[in-house]
Design a protein around this ligand. Structure first.
Ligand SMILES: NC(=O)c1ccc[n+]([C@@H]2O[C@H](COP(=O)([O-])OP(=O)(O)OC[C@H]3O[C@@H](n4cnc5c(N)ncnc54)[C@H](OP(=O)(O)O)[C@@H]3O)[C@@H](O)[C@H]2O)c1
Length: 324
């Protein structure tokens, strides 16, 4: 009897997945009057997405941190795309962005999509090397920024019964050593998206997270990582320097050189996932992007914690630990 019930569940699950797959391919209509705001469009995923949506005829509000980023983006897009300046950590800048969107949205329209994309990385080093200011900046941009932008644009999203997309990361299910502030910010983003899904369920606004693996954008630059680590190592207390040791320091710097080998140059798995979340009739709750993320990081994260702790333990070890 138990086997029969189990088999029934398996069959129902497979049928649902097949239905989801086929239904998910269908796109909602009238993309050209569904307004989408994207943060962090100066470079990377935000920039690529703004261009892609613009090509598809979607009216885009592309929020850039810098004027230069906006001017560059304008050169490659149609007059339909509107560039605005937005620093997600600055309340005045957010208020100005709200006014801008209000001014340019047709009276009867709301905001169909809000893509919370702006983000930055932290120094790749143990917590003792991270300054309070750097940790604060990471949380302000990656987490508080998304919270504040969401709060401010919710009235527009409610009006359209729109969708909120959050750029999360593989760091939302793998607690990488040497990246604690970033991991915390991405766990926070997942929590935010989950809470809002329930909070806004009856309102009709939905939320979706995107979990990219390693992609080649401006966010991870091995040369910058090396110089930032050098600076942090030089500035940290002598006791900490001795605990980690010169050999550890050299090895960890060398390990940065391997990063470009695992980064995908083609950003389309991420931009396509965001498009699906925005315009499919059956968007998913969560999208894992990049084979390494989907078929390596994620399955490993499902294994027991003792295995994950051992597998992802910081390598190389501090010299004081190796010599014990
Ligand atoms: N690339 C990856 O491997 C990867 C993996 C997982 C998750 N992600 C996530 O994907 C998102 C996009 O990153 P990306 O890879 O496309 O990197 P990116 O090229 O560095 O793009 C991030 C953008 O956010 C902007 N930004 C930084 N601080 C901001 C602020 N205070 N207000 C508004 N915008 C700000 C940056 O502007 P400036 O460049 O001018 O500072 C940049 O244009 C991030 O949330 C990141 O955590 C990326």
């Amino acid at each position: 009897m138990c086997c029969l019930i189990l088999a029934l569940f398996v069959v129902l699950y497979v049928v649902y997945k097949v239905y989801e797959f086929h239904k998910g391919k269908t796109s909602i209509e009238n993309k050209n009057n569904r307004y989408v705001l994207i943060t962090g469009c100066d470079s990377g995923f935000g920039n690529a997405l703004a261009r892609l949506l613009d090509k598809q005829g979607v009216p885009v509000f592309a929020a850039c941190l810098t004027e230069k980023g906006g001017t560059e983006l304008k050169k490659h897009t149609s007059s339909r795309l509107r560039v605005l300046q937005l620093d997600v950590t600055d309340q005045k800048s957010i208020r100005n962005a709200v006014e801008f969107v209000k001014r340019h949205l047709p009276k009867s329209s709301g905001l169909w999509g809000l893509v919370n994309n702006a983000g930055l990385q932290v120094l790749h080093a143990p917590l003792e090397f991270q300054s309070h200011e750097a940790i604060e900046k990471c949380l302000k941009v990656n987490l508080l920024g998304s919270i504040d932008v969401t709060r401010s644009f919710l009235p527009f999203l409610r009006k359209a019964k729109g969708r909120m997309i959050y750029l999360s990361s593989d760091s939302a299910f793998i607690e990488w050593p040497c990246r604690a502030p970033y991991v915390i910010s991405k766990f926070g983003i997942e929590a935010l998206a989950e809470c809002l899904r329930r909070e806004l369920y009856l309102v009709g606004v939905t939320s979706h997270t995107i979990q990219p693996g390693p992609f080649k954008t401006r966010i991870v630059d091995p040369n910058e990582m090396k110089s930032a680590l050098q600076k942090a190592f030089d500035e940290v207390d002598e006791e900490v320097q001795q605990f980690y040791g010169q050999q550890w320091f050299q090895k960890i710097k060398e390990s940065f050189e391997g990063i470009p080998k695992i980064q995908y140059e083609d950003l389309s798995p991420v931009t396509n996932a965001i498009c699906h979340a925005l315009f499919s009739v059956m968007p998913k709750r969560r999208y894992r992007c990049g084979k390494i993320c989907e078929y390596y990081f994620y399955p490993i994260s499902l294994l027991p914690e003792w295995f994950n702790t051992w597998y992802w333990a910081m390598n190389p070890q501090p010299e004081a630990v190796t010599h014990n």
